[in-house]
Design a protein around this ligand. Structure first.
Ligand SMILES: [Zn+2]
Length: 387
């Protein structure tokens, strides 16, 4: 039986599910999905040094094609609750706007996914022409080790195969229909460590100042663009985020200097090619002086879901429902789509992202209705004319 997306979103917002707390959000989804005929699994994952986190997987249908809706019910902390116009976990609606932590990121979209799916099922005798699943994690906003990565692995071990995925992260800068994400840049962190020889600042000839060398290396690394961008991506970018010597004196040349940096990279690069490029630029100016670059392990590789029939179908459904032709974008930070892409093509479309992670996070109830209509159109097209 169909559900109202606004009521479901409000009920989800009343579950205080700050990572890693479940807060009743998955229990609510389990109840709603079970009543609609889904087989629902609640799975808890553990990792030494991290909190246990609950996740949910639900499926209806056994045939293909298999469309999976993905999302997360956990939210970031509300910050100073006194500064909220409406309490962050009250689900207040004022002037047709629903307030609460997670309104757009992304309980609102999960409510729309459910409302659209249940409506689609009701219109088709309670069963899809293929299969529909929900892959919902409680560990997206935290360290993300007990969430989507493990849930995908768990599902694969059960023999689950997905054909396409829609991830309901908030993707629209201003209005519903602005933007679909068809890929994400990769992210890589490193630390440049330059060693020298300490000594009295008045006798520099007896020392080797690593600060001089680190400044030269940093300048060389930043001097030229990493690339000129590609068909679907902006140019890659390196930003230094911290420069540290830790010297508390005024008269000692320090023995070591460090600089941390992050690179957001496009499909012109791999992690390996970037490491080689940065290393070569550094070596060119270090003139044999000792330095090294410590790279942190990264699970955030660049990916692109090529603009083929599935992407066009989603984009057309958005245009039909909202009157806007969405931009196909790869901007912004990483998301769980970087894990899903290893299993099936994934696109991201959700609510307006202007208030995510902020005080007074909120969503217009009209947007919830409109996003439900978008997902509903996608479902009809997907199962009537599979891409
Ligand atoms: Zn999110």
């Amino acid at each position: 039986m169909p559900v109202d997306p606004v009521t479901l979103a409000r009920d989800l917002l009343r579950c205080a599910s700050v990572t890693p707390a479940e807060g009743g959000a998955l229990a609510l989804l389990e109840k709603t999905l079970s009543e609609a005929g889904f087989s629902v699994h609640r799975v808890t994952f553990s990792e030494p040094g991290a909190d246990d986190v609950e996740n949910l997987y639900a499926r209806i249908g056994t045939a293909g094609p298999h469309l999976v809706f993905a999302g997360h019910t956990d939210v970031v902390p509300p910050g100073d609750e006194e500064r909220w116009r409406h309490p962050p976990f009250a689900g207040d609606i004022a002037d047709d706007v629903l307030f609460g932590r997670g309104a757009v990121d992304m309980k609102g979209a999960i409510a729309c996914e459910l409302a659209a799916v249940l409506d689609h099922l009701a219109a088709n005798g309670g069963k899809p022409k293929g299969s529909i699943s929900f892959l919902i994690t409680g560990d997206e906003e935290g360290v993300a080790v007990n969430g989507t990565v493990k849930l995908l692995r768990w599902a694969a071990a059960r023999g689950e195969k997905f054909d396409h995925c829609i991830l309901g992260e908030p993707t629209n800068p201003k209005e519903l229909g602005d933007m679909v994400k068809i890929g994400r840049r990769g992210s890589l962190n490193g630390t440049l460590i330059v060693t020298g020889t300490e000594g009295h600042v008045a006798y520099p000839a007896l020392a080797d100042n690593p600060v001089r060398r680190i400044v030269a290396i940093m300048a060389a690394v930043m001097a030229e663009p990493l690339d000129a961008g590609s068909a679907h991506f902006d140019p890659s970018n390196l930003e230094f985020t911290s420069v540290d010597v830790g010297n508390k004196t005024v008269n000692v040349i320090p023995p070591e200097a460090r600089a941390r940096f992050n690179i957001r990279f496009n499909d012109c690069h791999t992690q390996g090619s970037l490491k080689a490029l940065i290393g070569a630029r550094a070596h060119a100016v270090a003139q044999g002086g000792p330095f090294r670059i410590a790279w942190e392990p990264s699970n955030a590789d660049v990916f692109l879901t090529k603009p083929r029939p599935f992407v066009h179908m989603v984009s057309d459904a958005i245009a039909d429902a909202t009157g806007r032709k969405p931009e196909l974008s790869t901007s912004g930070g990483t998301s769980d789509a970087r894990f899903i892409k290893d299993y099936c093509p994934v696109v991201e479309f959700g609510l307006v992202n202007a208030t995510m992670h902020k005080i007074d996070e909120c969503v217009a109830t009209a947007d919830l209705v409109a996003l439900t209509a978008v997902y509903r159109r996608i479902l009809d097209r997907y199962f009537n004319n599979p891409p």
